[in-house]
Design a binder for this molecule. Sequence first.
Ligand SMILES: C[S@@+](CC[C@H](N)C(=O)[O-])C[C@H]1O[C@@H](n2cnc3c(N)ncnc32)[C@H](O)[C@@H]1O
Length: 397
Amino acid sequence: MAASQAAVQTVAEQQRTQETALKSIVAAVKDQPGHLEGRVERLETWLGKRAESQDASLKQVEKKVEEHSSTLAALPGGIDTVIERRTSTLERQVASIVEGQHKQAKKIDKVFTSVKAQQPQVIPGVDKESGALQRVKIVLPDGVDIPINRSGTDDAFDVFRARKKDGTLSFLRVEVPYYHYYTADRQLHLQGDWNAPFGHIADDVIASGTTKLLHDRLYTLWQGVRNAAHSSAAILEVGAWKGGSTRFLAEACRHFGKSGTIYSCDTFTGPVQVTAGIDGTRTAAQFEDISEDVRVSLQPYANVDVIKGDIETTASRIRDTTLSMLHVDVNVYQATLFTLNTFAPRLEPGGTIVVDDYGSVTCPGVKQSVDEFAAAHPQFRLTHLLTGQAALIRIVQ
Ligand SMILES: C[S@@+](CC[C@H](N)C(=O)[O-])C[C@H]1O[C@@H](n2cnc3c(N)ncnc32)[C@H](O)[C@@H]1O
């Protein structure tokens, strides 16, 4: 309080000093020759107005300090107490919101647990046209059907909620895996080389943002390279996007001492052909050409050959008659089937083809092409991995 008034006085004092200084300048200038006279007059007028407005604003400040001081004087403990009170009110409000959320979550869990105890049958409804998960039907043992609607996607799950009005069920949360696979994160500890070197290489590639694959799927590729390490035949990847999976393959080859070219093929502008009715809701969305960035990022690997273009037109550039491993990650039916039909016959016995997104409901065309290929080629053994990938291993020549 006293400090505020002292501050106002100091400002007033400074203004008076300034005014005196300006007046003495004006007085000094008045003695100068005639051509300065007009200027001096203007300066005097300006000085008068300035003094007036400064007085007025100073008075306003004083008034506000007075008003403020009476409010503050009425508060025991002053401004600090006001701030403390406001903070604790806010904290209480936040705590009660959090508590409410906890109660709500407990309520939901309770209902969910009781429904689960009745062992309901959960029937996912896949939209026939898009292949996407749209509806879910819960059938309780007493035969009650509860159709419920999708209300969002929660990480790898679709979340469905329902209200049943007859009172037996008020709220229900059902999680249906969005993808038909489980994603292993880094908390999962595999024995052996999980942390180093695999984990470190995978961490590094994932952190670079150049792959959509996570540790679980990369580990499948890691094992594919390990199993092919004895061979100097090339590795072919179709669907490299920003090059992260190619870089991972190159690092794995380096680690296992595997020689041979790694072909990294992509249009680098998105899929070429999306088949209506087979590729679900996918569209042939094109993205900006990223091939140069990919080339630059893969330059440190002398054995990597980046090939840009639709695989159906660039296939002739892969002249190797023998391949030791194939990674297909193109999301769509046509390019997957073409790649399998063209390059699988060149795979060495024991070699692995890894097809990404085989278990993904958003890529129904991938599953269809792999199934068609596997049915026509019994020399390849198909395994659906819970990572969402398919492994096709050549068991005979
Ligand atoms: C899911 S991304 C690949 C992801 C990548 N393997 C990773 O590590 O994240 C699918 C890629 O397939 C490519 N693609 C789709 N159809 C293709 C075709 N006919 N020829 C070449 N590339 C194609 C797309 O351009 C896209 O970059």
